[in-house]
Design a protein around this ligand. Sequence first.
Ligand SMILES: NC(=O)C1=CN([C@@H]2O[C@H](COP(=O)(O)OP(=O)(O)OC[C@H]3O[C@@H](n4cnc5c(N)ncnc54)[C@H](OP(=O)(O)O)[C@@H]3O)[C@@H](O)[C@H]2O)C=CC1
Ligand SMILES: CC(=O)N[C@@H](CCC(=O)OP(=O)(O)O)C(=O)O
Length: 344
Amino acid sequence: MDVGIVGSTGYGGVELYRLLSNHPNVDGCILYSSSLEGSSYAEQYPHLSGLSHESVKPIMIEEMQQLDFVFLAVPSGVSKELAQKLMGKKAKVIDLSGDLRLKVPGEYEEWYKGESAPQDVLGKAVYGLTEINRHAIREAELIANPGCFPTATLLGLAPLYQQDLIDPHSLIIDAKTGLSGAGRKASQSSHFAETQENLRIYKVHQHQHTPEIEQQLKEWSSEAGPITFTTHLIPMTRGIMVTMYADLKDSCTTEQLHTRYQSFYEKHPFVRIRPVGQFPGTKEVFGTNFCDLSIKADPRTNRVTIVSVIDNLVKGAAGQAVQNMNVMLGLDETTGLHHYPIYP
Ligand SMILES: NC(=O)C1=CN([C@@H]2O[C@H](COP(=O)(O)OP(=O)(O)OC[C@H]3O[C@@H](n4cnc5c(N)ncnc54)[C@H](OP(=O)(O)O)[C@@H]3O)[C@@H](O)[C@H]2O)C=CC1
Ligand SMILES: CC(=O)N[C@@H](CCC(=O)OP(=O)(O)O)C(=O)O
C-alpha cells in the first residue's frame, strides 16, 4: 500500500512519517512539500540521517489521487482545497487540520476566520474520534481528524455524558499544552525567552477547538450548551493535560465512576483508565497513542474531577490518523502503533 504525506516538513508530517514508515502494511511513504521540493528529508530532519533516503516532492494532485491514503498535515485554510481536489478518487484522505470538523453553518467562519469548506466536502467528512465513531470511520473516504484538545477532552467526558451523570451547565475545561502543538514555525509566543520558566493562558474564550467540543457534547446530551474552555502553554515539547470539573447529578463514589469508565473503555486499547487514586502525567503517554484517564468524585462538593493526558502529536494528531487508517482498512487498530512511552 502506498501513502502520501502533504506538509511533510511540519511536526505533524514528520510524526506521520515516523509512524507510517514503520507500519507493516505501508510499502511506500511519499513525502510532499510546498516549500522544500527536491531536498532530502534527512537534510531537513537530521535525526533521520542514515534512516531516511526519501526526497521531498512538490504537491502533485494527480499522483496523490492514485495513492491508497493521503494525509493532509497542512494548516487549516489550506487543507479544504486539497481535500476537495482529492475527493472521489482512489485515495482515501485523512485531514489533520480543523477545516472539515465543524458542521454547523457559520461556525468555521466565526472561529477560524476564513471561508468554510464547500458543503459537499463537509458532508463526506467523518469525524475521526476513533473510540466514539469507529463504525462510521470504517466506511469513510474522508476523515476530519479531531483536534488535540478535543481528543483529550471528549475521551475524558464521553462516559459522563453518554450516561447522563453530570450537569452540563456546570462543566469547566482547563487545558495545558506543550509547544509543539503550535507547529514548527515558531512564532513570538513560542520563543524560548518567552516560554521557558513561564506559564501562559492564551486564546481566552476564543479557542477554535471550543465549537468542536461543543458540537460533540450536543450530540451526546440535549442539555449541553456553551462551554468554558481555557488553554495554557507550558514549557515542554509534547503533551496535553486536560482537567475537567462538573457537578454530579446524583451522588456517586469514585469507585462507582471508576467502574463505569473501565467498562466504557473496555474494548478500546488506547484508552487506559488509571487505578483509583492515581493520576497520569503527560510523560506517561509521551510518544504513544494512549489517552490516560483518571476520575475522582468529591463528596464535599458533589463535583467530579476528570484528568486526561495525551501526546498532542500522536493521539492528538498523527497517531489517531494512523489508528483511523487501520480502522478504514479493517486492520487491528493498534497496527503500527505498539509503542511504549519514552520514559523518563
Ligand atoms: N502540532 C500538533 O500538535 C497538532 C497539529 N494539528 C494540525 O495538523 C496540521 C499540521 O500541523 P503541524 O505539523 O503542527 O504544523 P507545522 O507548522 O509544523 O507544519 C505545517 C506544514 O504545512 C505546510 N504548509 C504550510 N503552508 C502551506 C501552504 N500554504 N500550502 C501547502 N502547504 C503548506 C508546510 O509544510 P511544507 O513546507 O512541507 O509544505 C508546513 O511545514 C495543522 O492543520 C494543525 O492545526 C492537529 C492536531 C495537533
Ligand atoms: C500550542 C498551540 O498553539 N496549540 C494549538 C493547537 C491547535 C491545532 O493543532 O490546530 P487545529 O485547529 O488544526 O486542531 C492551539 O492551541 O491553537
